[in-house]
Unconditional design. Structure first.
Length: 325
């Protein structure tokens, strides 16, 4: 039986939603007898989260080395690669979040292996295993396989369906990575949390995004009202961020965040490729635009040709009525 190594990303010692999705996939593979599942967390995990995670894995390893108290790409890469060298996994798996994209390629370098980034599908039963990722703004799916292992892979959030936990708990271990501070080239002086209380854009199930068609920063209040009503995150096109209407952390696209929600509502967005590259794997896309020839309609499952100032408030009002808000 091969080993599968899963990195669990946490916030405030709780697994992030994207990591919980991967735990479900690992549980499915474990139940099929294909893999022995090792999961690694860094910097601590709450007792409640530990109890939730253990039924999904064979071994849960908490690496609590002091140099991991604050995230640095070198520290996390050295810790995960060090454990991988001990167990020799066939696949090292992490979410394609900003953190995962940052340090997993470094893990691949340390292991002397290849990396597949932003994967949206995995065919585990094939030999070799085949990984799919979108390219050219989602117009083409590229298939990747490895001639040697371990394969280092980051998976786009919302790729895996949930899976019920098992009835037996895995083993829990605590260990230190043995990383000397002088091995790290990065030193964290202070951290500031931005967007506190906001729905995480990368992990959001529903996103309402706006473009230059909204005409002003103030008009984003219309989108925020809709987002608050349906529990969505608010995203933005690059042109909006360049105009200083929204913060960089809200940007969706090639130079922003890559998202894969169940529903993506694009309002006043033209649909240029640098934007669609960041949302092309959305499960369902609804576009609102005054231009019937806007490129975004080529990506949309449903389209509304109309003025956002009339369409979006009408949508919000209907949602409030149906949701009793």
């Amino acid at each position: 039986m091969e080993n599968l190594l899963l990195f669990i990303e946490t916030k405030d010692k709780e697994p992030k939603k994207a990591s919980l999705e991967m735990l479900g996939e690992a549980r499915r593979l474990k139940a099929a007898g294909r893999y022995k599942v090792h999961a690694v967390v860094m910097g601590g995990i709450s007792e409640d989260a530990k109890k939730k995670a253990l039924p999904y894995v064979d071994i849960l390893v908490n690496i609590i080395d002091p140099v991991l108290d604050h995230y640095t790409p070198e520290g996390f890469a050295l810790a995960l690669a060090g454990y991988a060298k001990e167990i020799n996994p066939q696949v090292v798996l992490a979410s394609a979040t900003q953190l995962g994209r940052d340090f997993l390629p470094r893990v691949a370098v340390l292991l002397g292996s290849g990396v597949a980034s932003d994967v949206t599908g995995i065919r585990w039963s094939e030999d070799p295993i085949t990984f799919a990722r979108p390219i050219y703004g989602g117009r083409v799916l590229s298939e990747i396989s490895f001639t040697g292992y371990p394969a280092v892979v980051t998976v786009r959030p919302n790729t895996f369906a949930g899976e019920e936990p098992g009835t037996e708990n895995g083993e829990y271990l605590e260990r230190q990575a043995g990383i000397a501070p002088e091995q790290l080239k990065t030193r964290v002086i202070k951290t500031e949390e931005s967007g506190k209380g906001k729905v995480n854009l990368i992990e959001a199930d529903v996103i309402v995004a706006g473009g230059r068609g909204l005409k002003s920063a103030e008009n984003f209040r219309v989108l925020e009202d809709l987002a608050n009503t349906i529990g969505a995150a608010v995203g933005a096109a690059r042109s909006v961020v360049d105009a200083k209407w929204r913060d960089q952390e809200d940007q969706v696209g090639k130079s922003g965040k890559t998202v894969s929600p169940k529903l993506y509502i694009a309002v006043g967005i033209s649909g240029a490729i640098h934007h669609t590259m960041g949302m092309d794997t959305s499960k369902l896309v609804l576009a609102v635009n005054t231009d019937p020839n806007a490129m975004i309609f080529g990506y949309a499952d449903y389209g509304i040709v109309g003025d956002f100032a009339q369409v979006v408030p009408a949508m919000t009002g209907e949602f409030k009525k149906r949701l009793g808000r």
